[in-house]
Design a binder for this molecule. Sequence first.
Ligand code: C2E
Ligand code: CA
Ligand code: CA
Ligand code: CA
Length: 279
Amino acid sequence: FHGEAPGLLRPFDASMAERSIERLRMASRIRQAIEQNEFMLHFQPVVETATGRVEKLEALLRWPSSDGTCISPEDFIPLSEETGLIIDIGRWVFEEAARTHVALTRAGHGDLSIAVNVSAVQFQRTDVAAVVGDAIERFELRPGALAIELTESSLMANRRSATAAMRRLSAQGTHVSLDDFGTGFSSMAYLRDLPIDALKIDRVFVSDVYANERSASICRAIITLAHTLGMAVVAEGVENAAQLDWLAATGCDFVQGYQLARPMDFDRLLTFLRPGEAA
Ligand code: C2E
Ligand code: CA
Ligand code: CA
Ligand code: CA
């Protein structure tokens, strides 16, 4: 294509090339981060609305960069999914969550479970029940010590294998929460057929629930739906007292968000769980 309008093609090609080089560079940085153990987990408490008791912890992936800030999982998980690197990251997350549970138990908090986010690609390409079961066995944890959070997209691609995987998780006592509920392609059929323990109401509905009658109606409907099906409900992204009061009055079982506690590293988590020892 030598003689063809190079002036028109060149800028386009250059930006395409730049973008793919940037992606390659990022993918190799992620690979290196896995090998050199650069990732960390932070933990955010999920709190029982009526009592304030911490029920479980959500593990959230952190990638500290040299300037002291963290690269957001939203910035590297999509590329990790496209390149398959999410499989190795996911294994590391389960292993680190299991290690943390051992430490939690030693500190007297073995009753708390740790919920791990599992991406759709990871759910479809690995036997997640086996990965969890393996971690439980190797670290000698109680069966329910680890839980998972899935989005609706995990259940869509291959109905039959998703159903089988969900049944295996349920049989081994691994709780499953459906994340970001209400924002994906919800299907009532999988709510009917699959062993799901809890629905997590996405924070877009929680944010203005006390002020927007339409958000309130959606939250009320999700709470009723979950309870009717014997599932628990968690509201995520609870940032203020007005949201919390509304959720408590409406019977939302669990709440999670900055109003209750931010995600924190393990040391700060221990302090949070034992406020008496903080000073
Ligand atoms: P998510 O599972 O929906 O996690 C909740 C996100 O909301 C977290 O962002 C959390 O830090 C943030 N958050 C918690 N409370 C509040 C609040 O009150 N207000 C607001 N505005 N945000 C709040 P984070 O940690 O940046 O994670 C973003 C997403 O990255 C997660 O969304 C999840 O989809 C994904 N992710 C995180 N860790 C992992 C992981 O280990 N594996 C996989 N596959 N995905 C992960
Ligand atoms: Ca989650
Ligand atoms: Ca969520
Ligand atoms: Ca999300």
